[in-house]
Design a protein around this ligand. Sequence first.
Ligand code: PLP
Length: 485
Amino acid sequence: MSSQVRGVQLARLLGQWHALPGRRRSPDYAALAGAVRGLLADGRLPLGVRLPAERELAEALRISRTTVTAAYRQLRETGHLASRRGAGSWTMLPGNHRMASTGLWIPQDDRDMIDLGVAALAAPPQLLGAARAAAEDLPRYLGGAGYHPTGIVELREAVAGAYTDRGLPTSADQIMITSGTQHALDLVLRLALAPGGSVLVESPTYPNAIAALTARRARIATHGLATDGPGWESDLLLGSLRQTRPKLAYLIPDFQNPTGHLMSAQLRERVVAAAHAAGTDLVVDESFVDLALDGTEVPPPTATFDRHSRVVSIGGMSKPYWGGLRIGWVRASAPQVQRLAAVRVGMDMASPVLDQLLAVRLLADGPAIVAARRAQLTAQRDALLDALAHRLPDWRVTVPHGGVTLWAELDGPISSALARAAEEVGVRLAPGPRFGLDGTLERFLRLPFTLPAADLVEAVGRIAAVRYDLDRTGGQRWREPTVIA
Ligand SMILES: Cc1ncc(COP(=O)(O)O)c(C=O)c1O
């Protein structure tokens, strides 16, 4: 059953509707309809609620019923109202859209959408068993208050053990468990970066890292990655560190998102030394470190070369395991972890104990789960590469040997136009400019290989169809940017 908004309530929400901008040029009914649309657009009037009967609203607004009748008619015509005789009228949005919690409109038929905007796998089959086992473990914690700002010790030990196994001796007090890698980044930035501080990032880079930096009002400079070859131009990267001496640098050396590049051991060592000389703190995002493909050997962790607590590593379980776990971590010096915990207490206090127990269970099964992930990703990547080679042979792709994404160089600066056109045929894309700062990267598109192979092949077929339509219709083409003076 839908809820109902009464005449007086709607009148209160509408407020000074008759005095809205542009009002003088439009009749009463149009102004009233416009005001209702405004309430819907900013989410103050929910979707699917029953509006008051025409007479009731007319009385509440002290206007004629014919004005309300005409306003409701216009709202029906514009797709903001659905009516059934005798049953009333409900609010809706045009074109079968619903409002996302972010205030963005998203298509209602989302289940049919092939979503290539998100680079993350569905949960592994072991997850449910691990969740049940975690519930069995929970009684061990129920006697305490349950607040562990740095995380429960068994999970910190498991994460520390994984670093030690990678050749970087680490103790549990150097680990802080967070609600995902994104949370880890945000915490580190709160501690290490004053508002307006300077930060160096790769371009392209992970968009939500840019969002976290923007939220800290960072001054962001970029280091451009090459599409092929090793990616990072060593001399340029080291030169920027030396010359600009940023407060912080955020890097993704292990199967970079979105390019898939892997930084060599030699460059890691040189970057750490240059950062130390420049007084720069390095935040190293290791989200994809477990996902090496084709037997690729991953160089030692960047923090291995750190002698001065310059490197803070962040990582998490979203990519090898499941994003819905919301488990991430920071590896830093023990005093830094204590300072992070103090910052965290002012934010969210601690991560849920049950989720952490689940993470412990999954990590215990880690080698088998991760091996299966790698096999799955290899098969999906190959299916995607094959489909691209057949359907979009003009696009240039470098084969990534790890991670979950490939970075395609398109046959023109069409990425945003292509994403808009693809959405129409049920494929969601993250266009190149999302991964940069200044609206460039229109020649590039990130394609994740996290969906089943059949979906990837279908998506490439649809993208190829709209790609060639872009040329034919001409309407969505890249245009000269308008100069605003
Ligand atoms: C490089 C990078 N860092 C962080 C994240 C966010 O990870 P989490 O889900 O653990 O917050 C992602 C997710 O795509 C990522 O690609």
